[in-house]
Ligand binder design. Structure first.
Ligand SMILES: [Mn+2]
Length: 335
């Protein structure tokens, strides 16, 4: 019988006898982790050992939870000292040379992905399916190979699919649904809902608390200052939280950052370009930019003095933001 070029058997034929590294995209999300760790198990079922690696950080609480809950062994690629060009690298949930894919020492021989092709790297093996989640591809292989699936593995894969399809509402295909149907009978629903309900850490509440304490609203713009340093993702979540207030059309949250300030903006105001607004507001004291509905920016420590007396800092920032906001509003009326 002829072996299909993108079949699981073609992949095992390629990898057998080599050191195999499964590399996810940088800052891996649940789908990337689930796909790589499930593939590791499936390869091991066929007698091939492999290691899962990533670049970037694992910051989000739900990802640290799945690593713990399912006792997963994923390695920070930066800390690996024994990599060699002869290692076989499988890129999973992403592609070599893409901006979210740092280069690992080794030879990229295979790619398993569900994103559109963005680079022209020549792989010896490609399994590509435009579908909601990469975890669906691995699930179908598991079904085809009749590998016994533990409750833990099914839960992990199901969670990956659920997260990448935003709860089966974005980019879902029949292929995802058949994978889901298979996993659903085995997975632990309680663990899935525990993960769904665990997006905040106790320490995050300090940032929310400070932001709520300091919130002020002027002309539908909500402002808040967090007087200590916190990760970008947390500042952005606090900003989205403030935008969810019914009286707020644009939210501006900034936090201390190494002597300077870190900004996050979210806007649902029609015709208001958040990126342009922040870039105008921070002109001369830092940098800002982004998209229509979201933006980020920074005020450098050496320019902080321009903001004047720390006591008035919040008022000065508010004035700069509101001026930019009104200028852009006027501009949009005149076109
Ligand atoms: Mn994915």
């Amino acid at each position: 019988m002829e072996v299909k070029k993108d079949s699981f058997q073609a992949l095992t034929d390629l990898l057998r006898g080599h050191r195999v590294i499964l590399q996810t995209h940088d800052f891996p999300d649940p789908d990337a982790i689930a796909s790589a760790c499930a593939l590791k198990e499936l390869l091991s079922y066929k007698g091939i050992q492999s290691e899962v690696m990533y670049f970037g950080k694992i910051e989000k609480i739900n990802i640290r939870m799945i690593l713990d809950m399912f006792d997963l062994d994923v390695k920070d690629a930066k800390e690996q000292k024994d990599l060699s060009e002869s290692d076989y690298v499988v890129t999973i949930d992403g592609q070599k040379n893409n901006s979210n894919f740092s280069n690992l020492i080794g030879t990229e021989v295979a790619c398993i992905d569900h994103h559109p092709f963005v680079t022209d790297h020549e792989y010896a093996f490609i399994r590509h399916e435009i579908t909601g989640a990469c975890a669906s591809i691995i699930t179908h292989w598991i079904m085809e190979e009749h590998m016994p699936v533990s409750k833990e593995l099914a839960t992990l894969l199901l969670y990956g699919i659920k997260m990448d399809t935003r709860n089966f509402s974005a980019g879902v295909t029949h292929y995802d649904i058949t994978a889901f149907d298979f996993l659903n009978g085995i997975a632990d629903v309680g663990q899935i809902s525990h993960l769904d309900n665990s997006v905040l850490e106790l320490s995050d509440l300090r940032a929310y608390g400070a932001a709520i304490e300091n919130i002020s609203i002027y002309d539908n713009v909500g402002f808040s200052y967090i007087p200590f340093s916190c990760p970008d993702g947390l500042i952005a979540s606090v900003c989205e939280f403030i935008l969810s207030l019914s009286s707020v059309e644009m939210a501006v949250v900034y936090a201390e950052r190494g002597g300077g300030l870190k900004f996050s903006v979210r806007s649902e105001a029609p015709h208001m370009n958040a990126g342009r607004m922040l870039s105008m507001a921070l002109k001369g004291i830092g940098n800002g930019g982004g998209h229509m509905s979201m933006a980020g920016g920074i005020v450098y420590p050496e320019q902080r003095a321009v903001l004047g007396d720390p006591y008035f800092m919040e008022a000065v920032i508010r004035e700069r933001i509101l001026n930019a906001y009104h200028d852009l509003n006027e501009e949009s009326k005149n076109v």
